[in-house]
Design a protein around this ligand. Structure first.
Ligand code: IPE
Ligand code: IPE
Ligand code: MG
Length: 233
């Protein structure tokens, strides 16, 4: 899995994941959907540790979409609590492992308490220079692009690719090299529509709670051997 001279691409700089299938994972076990989300949080830790070990610089995780508010109230509440707990619990881990947290999405819709937890984790980890874990929270690509266009207008900036990118939530974050979606669904569900313009895409049947380091390594091995042409020949 090393980026030796034999491979076509160096190791990916930025991996983005649509973490899907928590509910089905739980259902198959006769458990409540929330049990799947809890298990999914464990996978987040496992995959984050692995990415720090193999030297990935950016790991973006789709944790809550602008459309996920339409789920049952109890499930939404559970996800909010899980997120708050996750961030508080992971702070030590982030600091020990030199992981910086960034967030994309409109977090102004979250409770004040959760917004505080997010802000605190971002601030405390801002000096970390290893992996950047980017959590997509109340994230929707269409919402992000609309907010970016509004910023362009407010700042009277000319509409160019560069200026628009500088107004996206992902400003300062490099383009996505690999996009992975778990659970067998083959769609983007409003995730990083702009940023995956030239990403290599991988779709696996595995439910997110069952996704593991080995499967990620296999995807990366496949990626380094793909030919990325970017429109050239
Ligand atoms: C993904 O798992 C997690 C979130 C969207 C928060 P799902 O909850 O969508 O699981 P399925 O797709 O119903 O199995
Ligand atoms: C996408 O999964 C959102 C996250 C993983 C956070 P969904 O389960 O919400 O997407 P759809 O509804 O199947 O497209
Ligand atoms: Mg789903």
């Amino acid at each position: 899995m090393n980026s030796s001279n034999l491979t076509k691409n160096p190791l990916p700089n930025h991996i983005a994941m649509i973490m899907d299938g928590n509910g089905r994972w739980a259902k198959e076990r006769g458990l409540a959907r929330t049990a799947g989300h809890k298990e999914g949080a464990e996978t987040v830790r496992k995959i984050t540790i692995h990415c720090t070990k193999i030297g990935i610089k950016y790991l973006t995780l789709y944790a809550f979409s602008t459309e996920n508010w339409s789920r049952p109230k109890l499930e939404v509440e559970y996800l909010m609590k899980l997120l708050d707990g996750y961030l508080k619990q992971e702070l030590d881990f982030f600091l020990k492992n030199n992981v910086r947290l960034k967030v994309i999405g409109d977090t102004s819709k979250f409770s004040k308490k959760l917004q505080e937890t997010i802000k605190n984790t971002i601030e405390k980890t801002s000096g970390c220079s290893g992996l950047t874990q980017v959590l997509a929270l109340n994230y929707g690509s269409k919402d992000e692009i609309i907010r970016a266009i509004k910023k362009l207008n407010e700042q009277n900036l000319e509409v160019t690719e560069e200026n628009l990118e500088s107004c996206l939530d992902t400003k300062d974050i490099p383009a996505v090299d690999i996009l992975i979606r778990t659970s067998g669904e083959v769609r983007l569900s409003n995730f990083l529509l702009w940023q995956v313009a030239y990403a290599e895409m991988f779709f696996t049947q595995t439910y997110w709670p069952d996704f593991n380091e080995m499967e990620l390594d296999d995807i990366i091995s496949d990626y380094v051997n793909r030919e990325r042409r970017f429109g050239g020949v």
